[in-house]
Write a protein that binds this ligand. Structure first.
Ligand SMILES: NC(=O)c1ccc[n+]([C@@H]2O[C@H](COP(=O)([O-])OP(=O)(O)OC[C@H]3O[C@@H](n4cnc5c(N)ncnc54)[C@H](OP(=O)(O)O)[C@@H]3O)[C@@H](O)[C@H]2O)c1
Length: 245
């Protein structure tokens, strides 16, 4: 895809991977809007990166998704790229009876309901725009899950599946559907300090953006590049290794 001359809406773009993508789209000459729940993080991102547009929005809430799309298309009629990046990761066993259903439901709403809903809300607008694209941020864990974060991994596997079908369907109307498949990256995902072992954020973001610019549709990095291309037997080995069996 062409990284310049776009108008890009990035969910969860005030920190981590979303902000790293936002900065690279900005540097390439695109207009960028980021949303998130925390006004202070959005203000901080805007202060550090003048030119960034921000909006407080909680994509777990269907009414807030509708309001976000209505606002973004009214304020930025050239909006042509949606990046479904917002995500949370809960380390909660399925057998932990103390976990309220609402906690699990929230993770599904943010990681999976929101990308489907935002894409379907925006497709009628996107199909009229040149160079339109939907970019979904999944995970290497979509291909081989970790048992200590079962709902997270299932939402990412589902989002990978949705990416394939949406790509097939939107090809006819000229909207590209792309997938970024991160490995563990050093961000605050799941809480500060839980991903310090991950890949350096800038190196990861530089590499995936260069490959999207070169025309690739599905882009991994390091271990997630191996997982997305692995055979079933190789994924079984990864599963055993990650889950200490
Ligand atoms: N880091 C990794 O190791 C890794 C690996 C594979 C995939 N990923 C994926 O990469 C994406 C970005 O994660 P990250 O690593 O950059 O983590 P992060 O630093 O925690 O960023 C997540 C962002 O999503 C926003 N967000 C969360 N819930 C939201 C909601 N309901 N509405 C709007 N925004 C929301 C957060 O802002 P607020 O809290 O202010 O809303 C935050 O800016 C996620 O989809 C994640 O699953 C990350």
């Amino acid at each position: 895809m062409n990284l310049s001359h776009n108008t890009v809406l990035i969910t969860g773009g005030a920190s981590g991977i979303g902000l790293a993508l936002a900065v690279r789209f900005l540097q390439a000459g695109s207009t960028v809007i980021v949303c998130g729940r925390r006004a202070d993080k959005l203000a901080e991102a805007q202060q550090q990166h003048p030119g960034l547009h921000t909006r407080v929005a909680d994509v777990a809430d269907p009414a807030e998704r509708e309001a976000l799309v209505a606002w973004a298309t009214a304020e930025f009629p050239a909006l042509n790229v949606l990046v479904n990046n917002a995500g949370i990761q809960n380390r909660l066993s399925l057998t932990d009876e103390t976990v309220a259903w609402e906690t699990r439901r929230q993770e599904i709403a943010i990681n999976f309901d929101a990308p489907i809903h935002l894409a379907t809300l925006l497709v009628p607008h996107l199909r009229r725009q040149p160079g339109a694209a939907v970019i979904n941020v999944t995970s290497g864990l979509a291909f081989a899950p970790m048992a200590m974060m079962p709902v997270y991994c299932a939402t990412k596997a589902a989002l990978h599946s949705l990416t394939l079908t949406l790509r097939h369907e939107l090809a006819a109307v000229g909207v590209q559907v792309l997938e970024i498949v991160p490995p563990a990256v050093n961000t605050d995902l799941g809480g500060p300090g839980l991903h310090t072992f991950g890949e350096p954020l800038d190196a990861f973001a530089d590499a995936v953006m260069a490959r999207l610019a070169a025309g690739e549709q599905e882009v991994g990095y390091g271990s997630s590049e191996q997982s997305r291309l692995a055979s079933r037997a190789e994924l079984d080995t990864v599963f055993q290794r990650m889950n200490n069996r």
